[in-house]
Design a protein around this ligand. Structure first.
Ligand code: SAH
Length: 477
């Protein structure tokens, strides 16, 4: 029998059943006295032997020592480095169970943090939109760190969990199948030309990261080498070798760049980039809209699921062509342009000026003229517009406001202004169900809106993240 103490100590071992999953995909279980342990590598349904490595007051971190009895949902992952790479936290769980878990997570947070009644949530909740087919090869972007192994040989891979140690990776199964041959081509170039790889501890060595972006709709591929210096030696040779890769007609490298980053930080990309081949961007499509994507642009990483997510936004916006819509946190205008096809006018707001430059270009290449973009914080642009706008301005009382904020959710000033603008509908796209629930509480439980539909979307199979699309309707009080 394990000794039960109020406060547990380092190196104590327990066998526990894993009953839940944490934000970063860790298994969660409880010792008999209720003390919570987070165990990386353990999944729901496993009974594991765990050793406490970090005891804190209310919970502890346990190391997975042994799986005593495996979960019925456990599957053999196809990835050989899944237990070392920090990318896919729940890939040992069957995909069906992953979806169920994500759905439950959204539902529970809406009840617990959103303050909604469980029966009410059930009445507006739609099943999660999972990935069709095999949930692999979905990502259109990868950033591979480059370094050296213990013997000084160059390696390209991923950082292992909670560290900057590089786990070599030849072919990431959630990434594009163009990447493996590109990485091996760059590795040969590095070895042949004795080019140094980055050493983080000393901030020395030239090649830091390789960014590969693929456009699934057009087959265009971009390669960008992030370098700790100004230029790349023998770059013509590299360009020729990359262009000689035989992708059997599936992919075509149309853009090769370098981005100089000499800072001693965790930021991957430099502030700018130099084109060494092509025009510095690739073009991808979501639905009928084309997007130019440069090395520094934000673009959703799972195009198949993005189309489902944006279609939900469009469905929830319920446009008939006469509406004015605000799209807050608009990035490069992806949702704005999607909505502009069906609205009278769309106004996009985004904090990053370069993203707005991209948004304007994207509107132009698609011949879309009924959009305006504003650079600034949503919580500043919206109130300022609201206080300066002229009476009679339709955008003062928009029909629909769409928000797609980063994980921290919306600022209360932004939510207050949305409430004052009284749109008929608010469409909330969220990548964090906890902050989504908090903001919905503000808008619905305490505010004037009614939660009318919730649909989770699985943008990131095998990771613990979940995206959610929500529709709110104005309540006339
Ligand atoms: N809707 C876009 C981008 C969503 S990501 C798409 O689907 O592609 C969230 C965006 O919000 C990022 O582009 C980020 O730069 C932007 N952002 C972050 N904080 C912001 C703020 N306070 N005001 C406006 N935009 C913000």
């Amino acid at each position: 029998m394990n000794k039960l103490t109020a406060k547990h100590k380092k190196n104590e071992e327990y066998s526990i059943l894993i009953t839940d999953i944490g934000t970063n995909g860790e298994g969660i279980g409880h010792i008999e006295d209720g003390y919570t342990l987070f165990v990386r590598g353990a999944i729901i349904g496993d009974t594991v032997l765990t050793r406490i490595i970090k005891p804190a007051k209310n919970y502890g971190i346990g190391k997975l020592m042994r799986i005593i009895s495996p979960s019925p949902y456990r599957i053999e992952t196809a990835c050989p480095i899944s237990n070392r790479c920090g990318g896919c936290q729940i890939s040992s769980l069957s995909y069906e169970k992953q979806l169920e878990l994500k759905e439950n997570k959204v539902r529970e947070l809406l009840i617990r943090l959103g303050g909604f009644d469980a029966d009410y949530i059930d009445s507006v909740f739609n099943p999660i939109e999972g990935y069709d087919g095999d949930p692999f090869r979905y990502r259109n972007k990868a950033q591979y760190p480059v370094g050296t192994d213990r013997d000084g040989n160059p390696i390209i891979g991923f950082y292992s969990v909670h560290s900057h140690r590089i786990v070599p990776c030849d072919d990431c199964l959630i990434g594009s199948d163009a990447d493996a041959s590109i990485k091996s081509c760059i590795l040969s170039y590095i070895i042949k030309n004795h080019i140094s790889c980055y050493d983080e501890s000393a901030n020395t060595g030239l090649i830091r990261h390789i960014l590969i972006r693929t456009a699934y709709a057009t087959g265009e591929v971009m390669v960008c080498l992030v370098i700790n210096g100004k230029s790349l030696p023998e770059k013509d040779e590299l360009v020729n070798q990359l262009l000689a890769i035989d992708f059997e007609g599936k992919w075509k490298i149309t853009s090769i760049c370098t981005s100089s980053n000499t800072t001693d930080t965790n930021v991957i990309m430099g502030n700018s980039y130099d084109i060494i081949f092509g025009n510095g961007y690739i073009t991808d499509k979501i639905g009928e809209i084309s997007f130019q994507i440069s090395p520094l642009s934000f673009f959703q990483v799972n195009p198949a699921q993005t189309e489902k997510l944006y279609s939900l936004a469009l469905k929830y916006a319920a446009l008939n062509g006469n509406e004015t819509v605000w799209d807050l946190y608009c990035g490069i205008g992806t949702i704005s342009l999607f909505l502009a096809q069906k609205a009278q006018y769309v106004k996009g707001v985004e904090i990053i000026p370069q993203a707005i430059d991209n948004a304007i270009t994207n509107a132009r290449i698609n011949g879309i003229t009924n959009v305006d973009f504003y650079v600034g914080k949503a919580e500043e642009v919206l109130p300022e517009y609201y206080s300066n706008a002229n009476a009679g301005d339709k955008a003062l009382v928009p029909d629909v406001i769409v928000v797609d904020p980063p994980r921290k959710g919306c600022d209360t000033t932004c939510l207050d202004t949305m409430l004052k603008m009284t749109p008929s509908r608010i469409v909330y796209i969220s990548c964090d169900p906890a902050t989504l629930s908090r903001d919905l509480k503000y808008l619905c439980v305490d505010g004037a809106y009614q939660l009318s539909a919730v649909t989770p979307v699985d943008m990131f199979p095998h990771s613990s993240h979940v995206e959610t699309a929500v529709l709110l309707n104005r309540q006339i009080k």
